[in-house]
Structures are given as C-alpha cells and as structure tokens.
Design a protein around this ligand. Structure first.
Ligand SMILES: Cc1cc2nc3c(=O)[nH]c(=O)nc-3n(C[C@H](O)[C@H](O)[C@H](O)COP(=O)(O)OP(=O)(O)OC[C@H]3O[C@@H](n4cnc5c(N)ncnc54)[C@H](O)[C@@H]3O)c2cc1C
Length: 305
C-alpha cells in the first residue's frame, strides 16, 4: 500500500508517523522546508497534548488557564494551554515521522492531481502514484479544490510583540464571532484578532487591544492567515482531508491544532479499516465543531466550563 500525503505540517506529519509505525509506505510532499514558520499563535491545548504528547523542551511556557472576558464579565476558563514555537514543533514532528520510516520531501509542491489515474504531479513534473491520498495541505488545499468542495476561509490577524506583555493567556470577545487574544510565550507575546472576512474590522479590534496594553505597533509586522471553517466531509473513496483542509477548526477561538491531530488519527484508523473508531470519532468532531461555530454567548458555558 502506498500513501501520498500533500502537506507536511501538523496534520500531514502526524498521519505520516502513525502510518509508518505500521510499516505503510508513506511519501509526504511539503512545499516549504523543515522548520518552517506557520503563522499561528502556537497555543497547544490539553486536547492536543492528549493526541500528541510533546517533550518538555518544546514547551516555552505552561499557562494553567485562560482569562476570558465577555459581556457577562470575566471568566476563568479551565483550559490549559502550552505555548510552543511552531518551527521547533515542525522540526520535531518531521524527525519523528522520518524516524518512523516516512519519506518526507521538502520544497516539493504538488501542482496537480489526477483523481481518475490516482496520481499527483510535483512542481518538477514528476508523477507519483497513490493507493490512498491524504490532503493535509491547509486552508487553501489543492486536494480540496480537486474534490470541488467549497471553502470558508476566515482571517486571523496577529502581531508578534518582542516582550512578555501579560502573565496569563487572555481572550476578549468584543462581539459575537470576534475574539482578540494575548498569548504570552517565553520572551514574546502574540496578540491577535479573529475570525472573519472583514480585514478592516479585525485590524480595528487588534489595534484597540494593543492600545489598551500600551503596545506601539508602528514597527511590528502584521501577520495574517486564513483558517478554513467549511466541513463538507472527510473521506472521499481513497482520498482523505485532514487539518485545516477538512475544516474542523473552532470558529469560537481559532483553535485548529488539536483538530488537525485528531483528524489525522481518524483518517489513519479509516485506512486501517477500523470503521467503528473512525465513525465514532468523526461524529464527535462534527458535534464539537457545530457547538463551537455558535457565537460565544450561546456556547461559552458548554465549551469552556
Ligand atoms: C493567526 C493564527 C493563529 C492561530 N493560533 C492557533 C493557536 O494558538 N492554537 C491552535 O490550536 N491553532 C491556531 N491556529 C490554527 C492552526 O494554525 C491551524 O489549524 C493548523 O496549523 C492546521 O494544521 P494543518 O497541518 O492542517 O495545516 P497547516 O499548518 O496550514 O499546514 C499545511 C501544510 O501544507 C503545505 N502545503 C500547502 N499546499 C501544498 C502543496 N500544494 N504541496 C505541498 N505542500 C503544500 C504548507 O506549506 C503547510 O506546511 C491559528 C491560525 C492562525 C491563522
């Protein structure tokens, strides 16, 4: 059996590791390089840790809980979040997948897919045949495009501030469907705003939050990246979508790492024919996604308590 994975990041490398552990022949094609920087606040939740236990050295800071503020007042959200560096996590996952036996190729972009012929085409015109194809290629997934599925790409904006601005992880919900966050790492802080298509509005909330925290943003680089929030199925005959490509991230908080890891595990279960595990896990994910796609005031009790 030959499994081809498009995209070697959180979801793709996790699939590669799990499949290779069972001696499946895996080829991962990643258009970037090992240790790449993905725009992300890099908060790794307890749920993510339950999927993939990380060694201590990757944890820049362990935040015991999140302080949130909504129109109902302050909330101490019982959610533990570990702060990581995405490049360091990427290097770690890359090494783990390679050690398990996966062939992980950097600077290899998939430019086309022939679904009838079960082949992908790389940017150097090489064609590779697959028995199973996994689209782990993020919110602008070429695999998803080839399956003619819709996208719902919503932006998150952030600044990387070169100092520790707050002692705790904080989330503010200025209005339904919008949040700002302050994620302190070891020597720096991500301050961001999500999630929506209205760049101007997100920027306004982000600048407002920075002003409240006395942060001068004039020399900081604004980072922006979309998260795909449309879920239209995960398995399409011998093709799977995982991570941001499948669309399970939270509209409420922008969390997507644990969902990337869980969807990776489920797709691998399905490839191994563990249908009950796959179906049960998938319904749980769909339920969680539906809960978290409501505005905060409808759901914060269910989600955070
Ligand atoms: C500003 C921001 C902050 C965030 N903060 C958090 C957070 O704190 N905690 C959290 O849990 N989630 C957060 N997220 C969400 C999280 O980053 C994503 O959900 C997560 O990265 C999804 O992982 P993935 O492996 O599915 O996709 P990605 O990490 O996007 O990886 C996809 C990979 O595919 C590669 N690729 C794409 N196309 C091709 C191609 N054609 N050929 C080869 N390779 C290809 C890309 O180079 C990339 O490496 C945040 C997102 C944003 C935008």
């Amino acid at each position: 059996m030959n499994v081809v994975i498009v995209g070697g990041n959180i979801a793709g490398l996790r699939c590669a590791e799990l499949l290779s552990n069972e001696n499946i022949n895996v080829e991962v094609f990643e258009k970037g390089n090992k240790g790449l920087y993905k725009i992300c606040a890099a908060g790794y939740t307890k749920e993510a840790m339950n999927e993939l236990l990380l060694p201590d050295y990757l944890i820049e800071r362990d935040n015991k809980y999140v302080i949130g503020e909504t129109r109902f007042g302050l909330l101490k959200i019982k959610k533990r979040i570990y702060m990581l560096s995405r490049p360091a996590l990427h290097e770690y996952q890359w090494d783990v997948a390679c050690d398990a036996g996966a062939n992980v190729h950097e600077k290899s972009q998939v430019v086309d897919i022939d679904i009838k012929e079960n082949t992908i085409e790389l940017d150097d015109s090489t064609r590779v045949r697959y028995d199973y194809l996994i689209g782990a290629d993020g919110s602008n997934s070429i695999v998803r495009k080839k399956l003619n599925l819709p996208f719902d790409n919503q932006l998150v904006l952030q600044y990387r501030v070169p100092e520790v601005v707050t002692k705790t992880v904080q989330m503010w919900f200025p209005e339904p469907y919008y949040y700002t966050y302050t994620f302190p790492h070891d020597t720096y802080t991500y301050i961001g705003c999500g999630i929506g298509k209205d760049h101007k509005k997100l920027k306004k909330y982000l600048e407002g939050r920075c002003k409240e925290l006395n942060i001068d943003t004039s020399d900081l680089k604004l980072e922006a990246f979309p998260i795909n929030l449309n879920y239209s199925g995960m398995k399409f005959k011998n093709i799977y979508l995982v991570g941001d490509a499948v669309g399970f991230a939270s509209r409420l908080t922008g969390e997507g790492i644990s969902q990337a890891l869980t969807s990776a595990r489920l797709s691998v279960s399905s490839i191994f024919g563990e249908n009950e595990k796959y179906e049960t896990g998938l319904s749980k994910m769909v339920e969680q996604m539906r809960r978290e796609s409501q505005p905060y005031f409808d759901t914060y009790n269910k989600v955070f308590k």
